[in-house]
Design a protein around this ligand. Sequence first.
Ligand SMILES: Cc1cc2nc3c(=O)[nH]c(=O)nc-3n(C[C@H](O)[C@H](O)[C@H](O)COP(=O)(O)O)c2cc1C
Length: 433
Amino acid sequence: MNLRPSDTEQLNAWKRVIIPDDRDLYKIDHYLAHGGYKALKKALEMKPEEVIDEVKRSNLRGRGGACFPTGLKWSFMPKNFDKPKYLCVNGDESEPGTFKDRQIFEYNPHLLIEGTLIACYAMGITTAYIYIRGEYGKWIKMLQKAIDDAYANGLVGEKILGTEFSTQVYIHRGAGAYICGEESSLMNSIEGERGYPRVKPPFPAQVGLWGCPTTINNVETISNIPVIISYGWEWYSKIGTAKHPGPILVGVSGHVNNPGVFEMPTGEPLLEIIYKRAGGVPGDKGIKAVIPGGSSTMILRGDQLEGIRMDAESLKTAGSSVGTAGIIVMDEDTDLIQVITRIAEFYYRESCGQCTPCREGTDWMFKILKRFQRYEAKKEDIDLLLDVANNIEGNTICALGDAAAWPVQSMIRNFRDEFEQRVQTSRFQEIVL
Ligand SMILES: Cc1cc2nc3c(=O)[nH]c(=O)nc-3n(C[C@H](O)[C@H](O)[C@H](O)COP(=O)(O)O)c2cc1C
């Protein structure tokens, strides 16, 4: 059976498992009464390596942006080790266009806690940190309440469910820096250091938090774990596309009638998501451009969307990526120069400044784009801008540099005419001529 929907009927038939309709799941009694923490119980009856194997076979790929296979990542953790091991659950969620993890904090926090505990059991971890951006005050409080309730019910802490397995779960609050969502900056931030990315190798599974083996996973990734354990890898791997299976939380924002976060099997057609789930474009306007996976992913042309599906493979083929599945829709009247200038400003301000190509390059891209925005650009500025972006890409310690370069590169590749128009009407040229 393939649960990938291709029409409205199937869309409605899809039963959500990460954020179901039930709005009381955040209450521990309700969660327990509806099968909550049964996956943990089941996992504790398995051997840790069997749990990792189950996750591996499910083909779950990380939902934090890079789509890395989760089971494989877990298998990198050393098994017999005399120092502590750590899990960091990444809820920094600072990518513009992405607002899915906070739905889990609000509507199904125990699913996340249960997944965290199963992950700790599988990797022999006794301490987990859930890192959440500081601006998420409301959601931090909600998750803390759920953690406190889980402690009070003997589900977190010492000798969980009467077994020998013990794990502590802490929330670590960020201070509003996008870079701290990058896994090695996140670890520095938890350690109380400046949020600078670390050079890899060594990878976190070898040298992570306080020099000990550490696994970092996204909030949504971890929330898939109880589902896999409950229903089994075989069931899970048949949801959506074979190479990138499972339910996925897709955020849709921008020029749509019904913005929000929608849970669906991977592989749903992009146009169906925009028109059926998000209600189409206000005023029935055409679509000029779409950012498919959060602001760092390559921008797509509106006339290029037919046949593209919301999964890693399809979006890669289309010249972009699924990223954090945050779709931003822009209608035919959108000023794309304004859009890309705003995105470039974000990356310029959020660059931590450690690597020269990113520190200087993001500043230059923003400066050049402001010239286009003010109609002061010269024709050569288009290639100059591309040159700066190309010199950032691949030349930095972490992927923030790539995240800054890709939107600019793809905007020039797909919408060069918009830049040329700004040159033709440039005040600068009028003055010079
Ligand atoms: C600048 C930057 C910001 C990032 N922000 C986040 C974030 O907010 N949440 C997240 O899960 N991953 C973020 N990532 C990706 C993480 O480094 C890491 O790959 C991810 O947490 C791994 O989880 P996964 O394997 O479950 O996807 C970011 C990466 C970069 C380069």
